[in-house]
Structure formats: structure tokens, C-alpha cells
Design a protein around this ligand. Structure first.
Ligand SMILES: *[C@@H]1O[C@H](CO)[C@@H](O)[C@H](O)[C@H]1NC(C)=O
Length: 145
């Protein structure tokens, strides 16, 4: 009985320490581009650099207007690898959100894995992307905090 109790206490301490290190409740939500939101003609490389560090389970919100007479379409693609990202090659890219899905509350992506995430806007044959409307994010595990 006493043995069982001390094991439970030890387990509880391990869990407490793990939860603290992992910071499971501290995930944050970041609006991509800040006040600029997600728009053409803005270079996201610098913004992405300043948004670091991001951690696993943080969320990115992409907010953009649907296409209108005054603004052309932007959207959101997930590029499969660094080379596609660098060259703005959308042939194997995956559409995450179309031109209308950034409206209102925006489109949210949860960074739930430890991997690079490559984002880019696709319209105009990749022209948005080539103009700088792309960035990548690598969310870190909390225990590196
Ligand atoms: C965006 O900014 C980065 C960092 O300053 C720069 O290296 C890159 O060439 C810029 N991209 C464009 C399309 O201007």
C-alpha cells in the first residue's frame, strides 16, 4: 500500500515536470503579417523572422480579403519542400485555403508537428510568391524553451 502510494506520487511529479517543460497550455495564436495581414506586395521573410520563436501547437491565422474590384485574389498554399518554396513552383503544392477563406476570422493553421512549414500565395502563376508573399515556419518543441 505504502509502495503504491509513493509510486503514484513519483508519477504525479514526473507528469507535473513534463507538463511544465512542455508548456502545454501556453500555445499562442499569431496573425500572419501583423497589421498587414496576408496581402500581395508585402515581403513576409522579415516578418517570419521576427515572429520567432514559434512552438508546436502555436497557431497561425491568415487573414485576407476576398477578390474585389480593388484587390486581386490571394490564397494560401502549402509548399511540399524547400526547393518548391524557393522557386515558387506550385506543381506539387497543396491548396490550404482558397481566395475566399481568409475572410472574417481568417484561416487558421495549427503548427502541430516538428517540421518546416512552407507557405505561399499562388495566384498569377506564382507572381505573389515571387514578390515575397511566402515564408516558412519551424515550430519548436516546448522543452527547448
Ligand atoms: C524579401 O526580404 C528578404 C530579406 O530581407 C530578401 O532576402 C528577399 O530578397 C526579399 N524578397 C523579395 C522578392 O524582395
Amino acid at each position: 500500500m505504502k509502495m503504491a502510494l509513493s509510486i503514484n506520487v513519483a508519477q504525479a511529479i514526473v507528469l507535473l515536470v513534463a507538463a511544465t517543460l512542455l508548456g502545454v497550455s501556453q500555445a499562442k495564436t499569431v496573425v500572419v503579417g501583423g497589421d498587414e495581414k496576408w496581402r500581395s506586395g508585402f515581403n513576409y521573410t522579415e516578418w517570419a523572422f521576427q515572429s520567432n520563436p514559434l512552438y508546436i501547437n502555436d497557431k497561425l491565422v491568415f487573414k485576407y480579403q476576398p477578390p474585389s474590384e480593388s484587390s486581386s485574389a490571394v490564397d494560401l498554399y502549402w509548399m511540399p519542400d524547400l526547393y518548391s518554396y524557393m522557386t515558387c513552383d506550385f506543381s506539387r503544392a497543396k491548396l490550404l485555403a482558397d481566395a475566399t477563406q481568409g475572410n472574417g476570422a481568417g484561416y487558421t493553421v495549427a503548427l502541430d508537428q516538428w517540421r518546416p512549414y512552407y507557405f505561399a500565395s499562388g495566384p498569377s502563376n506564382g507572381l505573389n510568391c515571387k514578390d515575397g508573399m511566402k515564408f516558412f515556419a519551424v515550430p519548436w518543441p516546448r522543452w527547448f524553451k
